[in-house]
Design a binder for this molecule. Structure first.
Ligand SMILES: Nc1nc2c(ncn2[C@@H]2O[C@H](COP(=O)(O)OP(=O)(O)O)[C@@H](O)[C@H]2O)c(=O)[nH]1
Ligand SMILES: [Mg+2]
Length: 371
């Protein structure tokens, strides 16, 4: 039996991976799994700004979610621990699930080791699993242009390099030849690192993920060097946008329909100007239900990942877009698409809040080298 099973310290499980890799979907599955086992679960989400779709989505699924907004876990370590303490104030959790920002790396040195060595509350920290996103993984690790700049690709590679184990997600979309190819690319690039094959969508491989997370971990296993200039420039090449939109109409409109119209139109606009999508995610909410849609690369299809099958006269929508594009241009496209689709659907719209920027230089609160 693993030592942590006799311990009273909460288990801290962080799942890393690039934007759109499947972290939130996996965390939702893990939260369900642990709750079914009778565990008390809390989730911490993270974004560079407020209005994060993931937080709304996970809360709508009934989970106890705290959000660190405004900067990443690594750069606002104290807010991470404060958020966990706030979540834990009613009942001590057994499991803490954490989703870092998908453009962050160096998280073992800046989050995991500080939790082990600086924070005075003891956690039992799982091996760090990082999800690889096949759509960009094939290209970036295969050496062809991945749609992002070499500096953004540096982050993608560094995320995998620090993993205790790598998770190939979306195997439901891959042929067995593609999975085998990705396995061989990973074993050449990251020799000796265990790889789990999984579909967070179908649940295939989920048991294997749980087994890896349940193993004891050694977070001093290896030292990873990170060039923070390249990291900062790579992150800053992504335009980041979060916005809230209110849609209203005299007649009930299909929530799934209008969400997909906006998502598909955004996707087309980014493809037209070859601005690579890292992740565009929308949630539509009303008193009738909620719908979620995503697109995770230019080559990918916009998907309705959660259908509401509802129609409503008042819809609240949150849009999160991370695209390799100037943020002003990104905001202009988002505004235009909302205006155009609202006109086509004869819906009134009001952009209640919009934030768009390039992520600032990461300056970690702590950075602890492997001892
Ligand atoms: N087909 C398929 N889609 C998935 C899988 N995992 C996640 N997705 C979809 O990929 C998109 C991005 O997932 P999300 O969990 O939000 O990624 P995150 O940005 O890493 O948190 C969503 O549309 C998910 O429904 C999977 O295993 N298979
Ligand atoms: Mg997410």
């Amino acid at each position: 039996m693993n030592s942590h099973k006799n311990s009273i310290a909460p288990r801290f499980i962080m799942i890393g991976g690039f934007l759109g890799a499947g972290k939130t979907t996996t965390i939702s599955k893990l939260a369900n799994h642990f709750q079914t086992l009778g565990k008390r679960v809390v989730i911490v989400t993270n974004d560079q700004a407020t209005d994060l779709v993931d937080t709304l989505l996970l809360r709508s699924q009934g989970f106890n979610v705290g959000e660190v907004a405004g900067s990443c876990f690594c750069c606002n370590f104290n807010e991470l621990t404060r958020t966990i303490e706030t979540l834990a104030c009613d009942q001590r959790p057994d499991i803490i699930l954490a989703e870092p920002v998908g453009s962050c790396t160096d998280l073992v040195a800046t989050v995991i080791r500080p939790l082990e060595q600086v924070y005075d509350v003891k956690f039992d920290i799982s091996p760090y699993g990082v999800i690889i996103k096949p759509s960009h993984g094939f290209k970036i690790l295969g050496g062809s242009a991945g749609g992002f700049s070499p500096k953004a690709e540096y982050i993608f590679r560094k995320q995998l390099e620090e993993a205790d184990f790598i998770i190939i997600n979306r195997i439901d979309e891959l042929t067995s030849e593609q999975t085998t190819h990705l396995m061989s690319v990973l074993s050449a690039e990251y020799p000796g690192v265990p790889v789990v094959q999984m579909s967070a969508k179908t649940g295939s491989g989920f048991e294997s993920l749980c087994e890896h997370l349940d193993k004891p971990a050694d977070h001093n296993r290896h030292q990873m060097d990170v060039d923070y200039d390249v990291y900062a420039e790579g992150e800053a090449e992504l335009g980041w946008l979060n916005c809230q939109v209110n849609l209203s109409s005299g007649r009930a409109i299909s929530m799934d329909g209008i969400l997909m119209s906006i998502l598909s139109s955004l996707h087309k606009r980014f493809v037209d100007i070859t601005a690579e999508i890292a992740h565009v995610k929308l949630i539509a909410m009303s008193d009738q239900g909620h719908a979620v849609g995503n697109v995770v690369s230019n080559a990918g299809e916009p998907m309705l990942s959660l259908a509401s099958e509802a129609a409503a006269t008042q819809i609240y929508m949150v849009i999160n877009a991370r695209v390799a594009l100037d943020p002003d241009q990104l905001a202009e496209i988002v505004r235009q698409v909302i205006t155009d689709i609202s006109a086509t659907e004869s819906v009134d719209h009001n952009i209640a809040a919009i934030q768009f920027f390039r992520p600032g230089r990461p300056v970690p609160t702590h950075r602890i080298a492997a001892s």
